[in-house]
Design a protein around this ligand. Structure first.
Ligand code: DX5
Ligand code: ZN
Length: 217
């Protein structure tokens, strides 16, 4: 079954706890937590302290680190209760393999993300070190953007690369996912869908999540 991870980025910022409760009651699999540092991306969002509070809720947390030097913050996010920690290939360079190993050593699931214009083969050396591959379907940095269609080719390529190696990390997509675009992402090979605006705009959040979870390739 497809996993659905609503993104806190689109929540009402005076009501983060209620937003997490909405995700739980809607049947979501994880709370997607977008960390932005004002350097890897222009905006600044939230850090470990809020995550530590949200991690007390009965839902996995999926920390998407859009930050430079993510290797300096792995321990803190692990201690804050993150289930998944995803770092950007573009922020790690040659240290990527080491950082993914550090995430696993901290007891979390290790994710690596690529931006729309990053070559999928930049992941060649680390596929076995990742529990999750996040293919960005928009430029990271803000919610409410339209999915960039060519990014779905990257999802297909990543899926094929994993198949050839006989491995099956979770393939996550993030950006512009809604009831209309989700099917094409799943058909391309996505197993986990992040939805920010579409989740919080949905009148009936439970049906929204149920429909996405039931999609078939
Ligand atoms: C964008 C973030 C996304 C964002 C998605 O940089 O990584 O997680 O919340 O928002 P929507 O679903 O509105 O495109
Ligand atoms: Zn994200």
């Amino acid at each position: 079954m497809i996993k659905v991870a609503p993104s806190l980025l689109a929540a009402n910022y005076l009501e983060f706890g209620a937003a997490a409760d909405d995700m739980i009651s809607a049947g979501a699999d994880a709370l997607h937590y977008d960390v932005m540092d004002g350097e890897f991306v222009p905006a600044i969002t939230f850090g470990q302290a809020l995550l530590a509070q949200l991690s007390k809720k009965p839902i996995d947390t999926d920390a998407h680190l859009m930050i430079v030097h993510p290797e300096r913050h792995i321990e803190e996010f692990a201690e804050a209760g993150a289930r998944y920690i995803t770092v950007h290939q573009e922020a790690c360079g040659f240290g990527l393999k080491h950082t993914l190993k550090a995430i696993r050593a901290a007891g979390c699931l290790a994710g690596v993300s690529i931006k729309p214009y990053t070559d999928v083969h930049s992941l060649d050396d680390v596929l076995e070190d990742a529990d999750l591959i996040l293919v960005m379907t928009v430029e990271p940095g803000k919610g409410g953007q339209k999915l960039i269609p060519f990014t779905l080719d990257k999802v297909r390529q990543v899926k094929q690369m994993c198949r050839e190696r006989g491995i099956s990390p979770i393939i996550e997509v993030d950006g512009g996912i809604n009831a209309q675009t989700a099917q094409s992402a799943v058909s391309a090979g996505a197993d986990m869908l992040v939805a920010g605006s579409a989740f919080f705009k949905a009148e009936d959040k439970q049906s929204f999540v149920r429909e996405l979870k039931a999609l078939l390739p």
